[in-house]
Design a protein around this ligand. Structure first.
Ligand SMILES: [Zn+2]
Length: 261
């Protein structure tokens, strides 16, 4: 059994009919999914790192007695390895996510299983419905728009609930800092975050505190500074864990590579 991971999951209300679902994914790091309960269907955006972390969510969803849809925000392991907790539910994601799940999923699972027996019984369940561009879902009384927002990875999407002005950012925004991927424009990412900050009132990242549009503004400024002021002091890192201090050094290197190419 893992020393650090377990199936202890916290479900807490964010707004009426919307719940955050949180569980550990790395030592000292939690991952968050979002459950949105419409009048006709229920939507689970992301499924944490292990199906067993969704036991309580399965009970909750069963008590609602409406069809369940799953969305995967991107193909990083801590956001979709719980898909098999709901073997019947359609899994919706961007086609780039489906391609990554099929190409990298088994390899990345085997590598994590070698390090941590907690993952020994994970069965991967990839996306069943892939989309391109934007996808709008009508859950009954609540709409969810899925938009591509590359930068952390090329396949990252965000989910926006216009009636609640709530943005589930996945890993496209992160508290304290976002993690820059190997490809994708940092400038375009930063500008898109600023545009979302004018629309969203509540911002739910997959890692770190739930907040308002200021998280998007802060991440956007951080990303711009990586390119234009690489030596600037980063206030977000003053109290950050070593995980994020390492991430910042990697971000700087990727920003330098991007500036030179
Ligand atoms: Zn993540």
């Amino acid at each position: 059994m893992s020393d650090v991971l377990d199936s202890n999951t916290v479900i807490r209300p964010v707004l009426e009919n919307i719940f955050a679902i949180e569980a550990p994914c790395e030592p000292g790091v939690d991952v968050r999914a979002l459950l949105v309960c419409g009048e006709r269907s229920t939507l689970l955006i992301d499924t944490l790192a292990h199906p067993s972390q969704l036991d309580d969510v399965r009970e909750l969803v069963a008590s609602i007695e409406l069809p369940l849809l799953i969305v995967n925000s991107h193909a990083d392991w801590d956001h979709w390895w719980g898909n098999a907790a709901f073997p019947e539910a359609p899994v919706i994601a961007h086609h780039l996510t489906r391609a990554r799940q099929l190409a990298e999923g088994q390899r990345s699972l085997r590598s994590r299983q070698r390090k941590d027996s907690f993952f020994g019984d994970v069965m991967l369940r990839a996306t069943t419905i892939a989309f391109e561009g934007q996808l709008d879902l009508d859950l009954g009384g609540l709409h969810v728009e899925l938009h591509l927002l590359p930068g952390h990875t090329a396949d990252c999407i965000v989910a926006y609930l216009p009636e609640r002005r709530l943005l589930f950012a996945g890993d496209a925004a992160e508290d304290p800092i976002p993690l820059v991927g190997e490809d994708g424009s940092i400038v375009a990412w930063s500008e898109t975050l600023r545009a979302w900050a004018t629309r969203a009132r509540i911002v739910v990242p997959a890692h770190g505190s739930i907040s308002g549009p200021e998280l998007l503004e802060r991440n956007a400024r951080y990303l711009r500074d990586l390119l234009s002021r690489p030596n600037a002091v980063v206030p977000e890192l003053v109290e950050a864990t070593s995980f994020y201090k390492r991430a910042h050094r990697r971000n700087l290197k990727r920003a330098t590579d991007q500036a030179e190419s």
